[in-house]
Design a protein around this ligand. Structure first.
Ligand SMILES: [Zn+2]
Ligand SMILES: [Zn+2]
Ligand SMILES: [Zn+2]
Length: 150
């Protein structure tokens, strides 16, 4: 891992009140380096030799609780994780953007530029979380398809 990257990850951990540990740094790096959400099986495959499943599970739940990552389910109901916006805090997520799942490659994207509208609720109802999941073909798959059609 590069020195400046490590610094960035250490800062993220400290900012959220977590001690810097090797498993936490590795998981953060994997999630950080992808432009799509990373699934738990993906993480197990890529850092499984380094970190056992229980540790991975604990790291992911601590990150989610502290507001470092948020969870999105893919088309198969598998949990995937993406980095949070900087406004997320402990037990308080602000990831009100559209999640796009590709029906071809099953990648999950955070479309952070598309924010969700405010929804007014009938009296007596309190919204804790709103999620909008769009399903379609992602730009990578479309490019591949266009190339094979040509
Ligand atoms: Zn969040
Ligand atoms: Zn795709
Ligand atoms: Zn997201």
């Amino acid at each position: 891992m590069r020195e400046d990257k490590i610094k960035t990850f250490e800062n993220i951990l400290r900012k959220h009140g977590l001690k810097v540990t090797h498993p936490r740094l590795s998981v953060l790096e994997k999630i950080f380096n992808k432009d799509t959400a990373t699934s738990q099986p993906d993480l197990e495959r890529s850092i499984g030799e380094d970190i056992d499943r229980v540790t991975l599970y604990r790291v992911l739940s601590a990150f989610e609780e502290k507001g470092i990552i948020h969870k999105i389910f893919d088309l198969h109901g598998t949990a995937t994780y993406a980095l949070c916006s900087t406004q997320c805090k402990s037990h308080e997520h602000h990831d009100e953007h559209v999640h796009f799942t590709c029906s071809n490659c099953n990648s999950v994207y955070c479309l952070e530029e598309i924010t969700l509208p405010n929804i007014s609720t009938p009296s007596g109802f309190t919204i804790e979380q709103v999620s909008v999941n769009a399903i379609g073909i992602c730009n990578k798959c479309k490019t591949l398809k266009d190339a094979s059609d040509a």
